[in-house]
Design a protein around this ligand. Structure first.
Ligand code: T6T
Length: 315
């Protein structure tokens, strides 16, 4: 019975954003997510599927169970073996994913980078992502505003070597250094994209620095874990938080006063634009090397506005 319910759940998830993209069988594209089942990448998959359907191409979506290059590499290898015309991928590490993607390139699979990138700029005909450096700076400004421009601030990220969150940290640090002299920056700690680990980091930070004023969490899981630690420690109000991403758990934390600002990306647009670029590359048409997508600062005050509701991630 449980199996039937699980199978039904899987079917419902697929139909929630219009089913697998498809129709024509001329162009075959695979999207390799950074992490399967996570709201950012599922919203990206929805955007990609809708665009694939519109353009009459076939889209298959795969992703690892953890944001981890050792799990993403075998997926890329098996996608390459199936020889799709194009691959949209969010590489989980700037270095480790270069070798498997080089193999894909050698097979003439058109590679489009969605969200994250690798250090080798020759990989990826097009790169579509948020301006994460700018997003990190925006997070610093928002956090500074919340803590009155002074006090101790901590950053919680996933792992070094992930291009997006590394850029967010850089943007945050540069902004604090340049314009917020009374903020004491405590540095960055890594949660390995694990909610429980992010909570532990915040608990330890509170024990060491009971006067902690602010936290910037660079992505979904870091923010979920950091926020629940602040809530459980009874620190709401004293410690202010800004988080990247806007999944259902983050929006709840915003409404509950756990986090004061969210930076919402446009994962659906990233997926859709990725498919457009992939199709153009396969058809030998002009491809745009770099496409920045927008980010929106979501607060308790604007979260219910219709244009802000549109940028919140799908469950
Ligand atoms: O923040 C997104 C994504 O942009 C990043 O590359 C990895 O984490 C997320 O998927 C959210 O968890």
């Amino acid at each position: 019975m449980r199996k039937v319910v699980a199978a039904l759940g899987a079917l419902l998830m697929i139909s929630a954003c219009g089913g697998q993209g498809g129709g024509g069988d001329q162009v075959r594209i695979t999207l390799v997510q950074g992490l399967a089942g996570e709201e950012f990448y599922e919203t990206m998959a929805c955007g990609a599927k809708a665009k694939a359907k519109e353009l009459g191409v076939t889209l298959d979506v795969q992703g690892p169970q953890k944001f981890d290059p050792t799990l993403q590499t075998p997926i890329v290898n098996s996608v390459v073996a199936g020889k799709p015309n194009a691959m949209l991928i969010a590489p989980t590490d700037v270095k480790a994913m270069i070798a498997p993607l080089t193999q894909a390139k050698k097979q003439d699979i058109k590679i489009i980078l969605v969200d994250t990138v690798v250090e080798d700029p020759s990989i990826g005909l097009s790169r579509i992502s948020t301006d994460n450096l700018k997003g990190g700076a925006a997070a610093a400004k928002a956090l500074s505003e919340q803590i009155g421009g002074k006090g101790k601030a901590l950053v919680i990220s996933t792992d070094p070597g992930v291009s997006t969150v590394d850029a967010r940290i850089k943007g945050f640090e540069e902004e604090i250094k340049a314009s917020h002299p009374d903020i004491t920056y405590l540095g960055v700690q890594y949660s390995h994209n694990d909610v429980g680990e992010a909570s532990k980091i915040v608990n330890a930070a509170l024990a060491k620095d009971p006067d902690l004023a602010g936290v910037f969490a660079t992505n979904l899981n870091s923010a979920t874990g950091a926020g629940s630690a602040l809530q459980q420690a009874g620190k709401l109000g004293q410690v202010k938080m800004v988080g990247f991403d806007a999944g259902p758990a983050q929006v709840k934390q915003l409404k509950d006063g756990v986090v004061q600002a969210l930076i919402a990306q446009l994962p659906g647009d990233i997926g859709a634009k990725g498919v457009e670029q992939a199709v153009a590359a396969v058809k030998g048409q002009q491809v745009t090397p770099s496409i920045p997508t927008d980010a929106t600062i979501v607060t308790k005050e604007n979260v219910d506005q219709p244009e802000v509701q549109k940028v919140l991630y799908k469950a």
